[in-house]
Design a protein around this ligand. Structure first.
Ligand SMILES: NC(=O)c1ccc[n+]([C@@H]2O[C@H](COP(=O)([O-])OP(=O)(O)OC[C@H]3O[C@@H](n4cnc5c(N)ncnc54)[C@H](OP(=O)(O)O)[C@@H]3O)[C@@H](O)[C@H]2O)c1
Length: 335
């Protein structure tokens, strides 16, 4: 077992990278591909890896563990690992069972034990509750997390894909049980040019074009006010504005002409700023005043390097450019 990083919270926050490297597609049969992605991530200054117990039925965690084991101590110490639990799939091979959400103490303990084993770590730096389990109240989940923390199995708690009120309930339980200075490490939600609900709901409040956000409206500002990191998954829109053919993404329901127009605006701004298209797409998120930390899911070294230019893009992006991107992705003018 490799001990987790021994940095203090202050050191860790000083060393927090702008981007998180997502490993959902890491496959434990391709160690050299994962190693190249990790190398590109380190070169890009990345300090946090994101995985989950269900990614590839544990293959992603095994792949991350194997890649970390190849690093020298100095590089390993720079990296933190965040995993998720709380989704239980039907058996993939047999189809038996029903996909469900489970944040009960028993499930958290079992999932965490499996994650630690696969990752090869004594302590998982952050455990994220993947999706809310309505049958387990937040306080029960927080108690289970605190027991695991007491045992040295986990450092921090995060939550994902939830409403503001549920995030508030976790945060309140953490404060009640662990002290007023306690806070969630992160809230992770889907957010990007292709998935703009949290942004549009703020600006188009009381407008007929206001989107349905399922109770997540206000999450960005809440995170900022509470000092909770807001992580955006799917931040590249799976590549739809940077050259990925629409046909490659079965789940893509965006209108083709809108994607084409947005791709053109992204390319034009990238050219003007002297950065990659990926950097422009990510800068649309990091320009928000919510401290958004994109969780990039690319495994391609050159794309990881392209993403790392987002800081330059964010500096160059004017308010008008930001709205131009938003308007293009909406496919219609703002009211
Ligand atoms: N909390 C949650 O419920 C949740 C859900 C989903 C994901 N996540 C996390 O968030 C991370 C990112 O999510 P994501 O993968 O959906 O987001 P993403 O970063 O928007 O998309 C990455 C995917 O798009 C592909 N891609 C990007 N640009 C491309 C291009 N120009 N041409 C072709 N392919 C391109 C990448 O392939 P290449 O590898 O070839 O670049 C990769 O498969 C995941 O790894 C995971 O850690 C969390």
């Amino acid at each position: 077992m490799i001990a987790s990083s021994a940095l203090t919270p202050e050191e860790l926050s000083a060393e927090r990278s702008a981007l998180v490297l997502g490993t959902m597609t890491w496959d434990d049969t391709q160690p050299e591909v994962n190693a190249a992605a990790l190398r590109a991530g380190l070169d890009a200054g990345i300090t946090l890896l994101d995985t989950a117990d269900i990614y590839g039925d544990g293959a992603s965690e095994r792949a991350v563990g194997a890649a970390l084991a190849e690093l020298d101590d100095a590089e390993r110490t720079r990296l933190r690992v965040q995993t998720k639990c709380g989704i239980v799939r039907a058996n993939r091979a047999t189809g038996v069972g029903t996909k469900h959400y489970d944040s009960s103490p028993a499930h958290i303990a079992a999932s965490l034990a499996g994650s630690r084993e696969r990752l090869g770590v004594e302590t998982v730096d952050t455990l994220v509750i993947h999706r809310p389990d309505l049958l387990t109240d937040p306080e029960t989940t927080v108690r289970a997390f605190l027991d695991a923390r007491e045992a040295g199995h986990v450092g921090e708690l995060g939550v994902s894909n939830l409403s503001v009120s549920r995030a508030q309930a976790y945060q309140a339980a953490l404060r009640r049980l662990a002290g007023p200075e306690s806070r969630l490490a992160c809230v992770q939600v889907e957010l990007g040019l292709h998935h703009r609900g949290l942004v549009e709901a703020e600006v188009l409040a009381n407008h007929t074009a206001a989107p349905a956000t399922g109770g997540a409206v206000g999450l960005g500002q809440w995170c900022r006010d509470e000092g909770v990191e807001l992580q955006a998954w799917g931040p590249l829109g799976q590549g739809r504005y940077t050259g990925r053919a629409a046909t490659e993404s079965a789940a893509d329901t965006s209108d083709e002409a809108t994607v084409a127009d947005t791709t053109q605006v992204v390319a034009e701004l990238a050219d003007r700023y002297g950065v990659s298209g990926e950097a422009v797409v990510l800068a649309w998120l990091t320009r928000l005043p919510w401290g958004v930390r994109p969780v990039i899911g690319t495994r391609a070294p050159e794309r990881i390097a392209a993403c790392a230019q987002q800081g330059r893009a964010a500096e160059a992006m004017t308010t008008e450019d930001w709205h131009r991107l938003w308007t293009a992705a909406r496919g219609e003018k703002l009211p």
